[in-house]
Ligand binder design. Structure first.
Ligand SMILES: NC(=O)c1ccc[n+]([C@@H]2O[C@H](COP(=O)([O-])OP(=O)(O)OC[C@H]3O[C@@H](n4cnc5c(N)ncnc54)[C@H](O)[C@@H]3O)[C@@H](O)[C@H]2O)c1
Length: 144
């Protein structure tokens, strides 16, 4: 049983919290707090343009001494997007986030944005998968 991104989105849902690149960092922080998430997809003219994460805030805003209400997201976002496809496995995505050092993956089915998975979603799915495997093996050992 190889869990996929589609399985995660089935239980988590397709909602993606996003913000326009012209919005301020302060507005992004407000949205992240309100939705209780650590990253937002950034859009420009309605199209995906990047990601803005707590890490971007720490390194590109605070450490540079920038003012959150005066700085636009466009100036401090990460403009390369690591993304996943619905049929990719949890293991594949964990390898991807480890290699790229990102914690959130927008999910695209063709050109359509269909959801967002985070490191927490992937870890949770991976643990559930391994627990299932352990139960199967225990049953096999007990009952042959
Ligand atoms: N129990 C659970 O189901 C569960 C799932 C994920 C994370 N967590 C816990 O939450 C904490 C933080 O999680 P994290 O580091 O994965 O990041 P996070 O706080 O950004 O993510 C928390 C949840 O919000 C979702 N999310 C984040 N940004 C989103 C966005 N822009 N649009 C739509 N959904 C978005 C994620 O997919 C995840 O389900 C960790 O302690 C983790 O263990 C628990």
């Amino acid at each position: 049983m190889n869990k996929t991104v589609r399985d995660i989105l089935r239980s988590k849902g397709p909602e993606v919290f996003s913000i326009d690149a012209e919005a301020t960092v302060f507005e992004a922080l407000e949205m992240m707090a309100d939705k209780n998430v650590g990253a937002l997809l950034v859009t420009k003219n309605g199209k995906c343009a990047g990601m803005f994460s707590e890490r971007d805030y720490a390194r590109r805003v605070i450490l540079r001494g920038l003012s959150s209400p005066k700085t636009k997201i466009a100036e401090v976002m990460t403009d390369t997007i690591c993304f996943a496809r619905p049929d990719q496995t949890v293991e594949e995505c964990m390898a991807l986030i480890t290699e790229k050092r990102c914690r959130h993956l927008p999910v695209f089915d063709g050109d359509s944005l269909v959801g967002m998975v985070s490191i927490g979603d992937l870890v949770k799915a991976s643990i559930a998968e391994k627990e299932f495997m352990i139960n199967q093996l225990e049953n096999y050992i007990r009952h042959g």
